[in-house]
Design a binder for this molecule. Structure first.
Ligand SMILES: Cc1cc2nc3c(=O)[nH]c(=O)nc-3n(C[C@H](O)[C@H](O)[C@H](O)COP(=O)(O)OP(=O)(O)OC[C@H]3O[C@@H](n4cnc5c(N)ncnc54)[C@H](O)[C@@H]3O)c2cc1C
Length: 487
């Protein structure tokens, strides 16, 4: 009741007065040292589409400090935008209002409680993904979540976006790799669900509600991660295929015979290879083939007889002209080079400059129809537009990015952005796919969510947001938004 009275009192202050009262209070009641002006590091995001408008960044050092910050934010109704590594691709980490505050988890970066028996590791939200890899590698374990941004993104952001990446096929996405979670709610209360259990059916699955909620329902402060023993051997192979159907046939053959070992099945279009060349990022160790599509596969296993069988299967596919130009990553350097080429594609895309980028998923049996139909419709708008389609084909996730004709600037084509986005989203819906497979909704796809999400599901999302964050202070404008009058 006392809180209510305080809330009513602060309501009569202007937005600006509330904001500065909030900043003063953080300094006085939490710590003077955890708040600073927003430095250039937090200003933008990888695609340069959003600029961070918040004036201050708060860097709590503990869950308690996060709790105190959120309690004050609720009291003064200040929007809080969580920031982990800042590599998100849908603008969720970028504040849209100068009276929002950026909350960076970077000082909460401790790795704790490794257990080889439970095969688990506890980490604070601000630990960089690659540091987790290095730590568990030294213990001969594997944390399979991995992506090109691994050197900058943090586990808090990975869980908040339910990140996917290159190991989903075998190990699942961030959600599948999280055993326990600690979260601070909008009013500052703490949910401690730090557990190492693989089974726990004690009521509603709150952990999985926060994973993928992009900071709109709570701030993730700690997590327990699921580890796997590192497979003793791996095979990394790159090859060309004449068409999508051959890529699918090969996938079905390999996954039928070696599914339990198949860690990645990545599709790369000829346009992707061309973009690497155009941006001088092509690896000369790989012979450039004329194939329409390319595939990069990785298998991990302990039994060395698997190796022979895999190569036999690939030989068979080669002899039937289903695959060609096979490059085997038979040394660690060669394997890394093959992966580097795949992981350089987003950078090549960034250098060339997309008109619009899509992160979609489809049932495998509809993927070819989607690509064909979408490319035809895009070329009807302008036959010289270029499409770079690549991604985690094995788990049904494609990145489908549309570029201006060679040598032209994407900005000259922004007027057709909505038309192109409509083509992709509609085709995804018709072919039972999703317009956001692994990057999330963020600020970029708020309208798409409202338009393409099942109305019943959307209604429950709005109700959840209202119930858990009644003053909409947690990442305002992300997923469901007051601006679109959903909440
Ligand atoms: C080159 C490149 C390649 C990429 N490849 C992939 C890929 O293969 N697969 C994939 O899934 N993604 C990929 N991404 C996107 C991005 O790296 C992931 O979304 C990543 O999980 C974001 O982590 P982050 O720490 O950078 O989060 P941020 O960008 O800081 O934040 C992302 C979102 O989570 C919220 N958030 C951050 N921390 C917390 C927290 N502690 N509690 C609550 N909310 C929080 C933010 O407010 C924001 O909405 C790629 C990005 C780049 C630049």
């Amino acid at each position: 009741m006392i809180e209510e009275a305080v809330l009513r009192k602060v309501k009569i202050l202007s937005k600006e007065e509330n904001y500065f009262a909030f900043i003063r209070n953080i300094r006085q009641t939490v710590s003077d040292t955890i708040i600073s002006d927003l430095s250039p590091h937090y200003l933008s995001e990888p695609r340069g589409a959003y600029k961070n408008k918040s004036l201050y960044v708060v860097k709590p050092r503990s869950t308690k400090e996060v709790s105190k910050c959120l309690k004050l934010a609720t009291k003064y109704k200040i929007g809080v935008v969580p920031w982990s590594g800042g590599t998100g691709l849908v603008g969720g980490q970028i504040a849209a209002d100068k009276y929002n505050v950026t909350l960076s988890l970077e000082k909460m970066n401790k790795i704790k409680n490794f257990s080889s028996v439970n095969q688990s590791l506890e980490v604070e939200a601000g630990v960089i993904l690659e540091s987790i890899h290095e730590f568990v590698d030294s213990k001969n374990f594997l944390f399979p979540l991995s992506m090109a941004s691994k050197g900058s993104c943090c586990i808090g952001g990975n869980l908040a976006t339910n990140a996917g990446g290159i190991g989903v096929l075998r190990y699942g996405n961030a959600r599948d790799l999280c055993l326990g979670l600690e979260v601070v709610l909008a009013d500052g209360s703490i949910i401690n669900d730090i557990k190492t259990l693989k089974k726990d059916n004690t009521g509603y699955d709150l952990k999985n509600l926060f994973i993928g909620s992009e900071g709109s329902l709570g701030v993730i402060t700690r997590a327990v991660l699921r580890l796997y023993p590192t497979p003793a051997n791996k095979i990394v192979v790159f090859f060309g295929v004449p068409d999508f159907n051959a890529a699918l046939k090969t996938y079905l053959e390999i996954s039928k015979r070696f599914g339990q070992f198949l860690q990645a099945y990545e599709l790369i279009s000829n346009v992707g290879m061309l973009f690497l060349e155009e941006t001088n990022m092509f690896r000369s160790t790989i012979q450039r083939s004329k194939s329409e599509w390319h595939v990069l596969i990785e298998l991990g296993f302990n039994n060395s007889s698997v190796e022979e069988e895999v190569y036999e299967a690939l030989d068979n596919l080669y002899n039937k002209n289903i695959i060609s130009n096979v490059v085997v990553g038979d040394t660690e350097t060669k394997a890394q080079n093959l992966w580097k080429m795949r992981e350089d594609i987003p950078e090549a895309n960034r250098k060339i400059g997309a008109i619009t980028s899509h992160d979609i998923s489809l049932p495998l049996e509809n993927m070819e129809s989607f690509i064909k139909k979408s490319v035809i419709e895009i070329k009807e708008i302008n036959q010289f537009l270029r499409v770079n389609c690549f991604g985690h084909m094995g788990d049904g996730n494609l990145h489908f990015n549309i570029f201006p004709p060679k040598g032209e600037k994407s900005t000259s084509y922004f007027k057709i952005k909505t038309k192109l986005t409509d083509i992709i989203n509609k085709n995804c819906k018709t072919l039972e796919g999703s317009f956001s497979a692994e990057h999330g909704v963020g600020r970029l796809k708020v309208k798409d969510l409202k338009q393409y999400c099942d109305p019943g599901k959307f209604h429950v999302m709005c109700q959840l947001k209202k119930a858990m964050d009644p003053f909409a202070i947690l990442n305002p404008g992300v997923i469901v938004s007051r601006d679109t009058q959903d909440i």
